[in-house]
Write a protein that binds this ligand. Structure first.
Ligand code: HEM
Length: 154
């Protein structure tokens, strides 16, 4: 069985977790940049610097790492399906993880839209908003990680 190839599976798992770390770090850092960006006057040098930092963070770190998380995670699902069958993915912990992934992906999309709004000087959200929502992806990550490590209800 492919799942019995410990090296293949464990390397995949390790790469999956590394990609998750990169994705999470970007999702946590981008709203922090937005919070400071709200203080910059439109057209100022500070404004332009934040715009550059935000687009690079999104295009170089956040988007590619999300794609890697999905590719590597999808491959892990495929390997698990070979060995454990579909019922493995219908257990409460797996559905909870899926819900967390949907929250993170939705938040990613929301941040990408906000990045465009800042780039076009259309942001209307306050520094307070960006500070208050900053921990949302971290809460989702706690739920996801504890779901996979405990596999509750399976
Ligand atoms: C499309 C998105 C994702 C897919 C398809 C996916 C799929 C998987 C699969 C199949 C495993 C192996 C489960 C097992 O048999 O033990 C796994 C492990 C893991 N995933 Fe994901 N994952 C995704 C996103 C995430 C995210 C967003 C996080 C964290 C924020 C995460 C954290 C973890 C962790 C920590 C493990 C290791 C669990 C352990 O070995 O005990 N994953 N993932």
């Amino acid at each position: 069985m492919i799942r019995d190839s410990v090296t293949f599976y464990n390397v995949l798992l390790g790469l999956h977790i590394i990609a998750v770390i990169a994705w999470m770090s970007g999702l946590l850092y981008l709203p922090r940049l937005f919070a400071y960006h709200t203080r910059a006057e439109a057209g100022s040098q500070m404004d332009e610097t934040f715009k550059t930092m935000e687009v690079k963070l999104l295009r170089i770190i956040i988007n590619p790492s999300m794609i890697l998380v999905f590719i590597l995670g999808g491959t892990l699902v495929w390997v698990d399906l070979q060995r454990l069958g579909p019922h493995f993915w219908l257990s409460p912990w797996a559905l909870t993880k899926l819900a967390g992934i949907l929250v993170l992906s939705g938040w990613h999309g929301f941040l990408a839209g906000a990045r465009r709004a800042f780039a076009e000087n259309r942001n209307t959200r306050s520094e307070h908003f960006w500070r208050m929502t900053n921990e949302l992806p971290f809460l989702a990550a706690i739920v996801i990680v504890l779901s996979v490590t405990t596999k509750f209800g399976s």
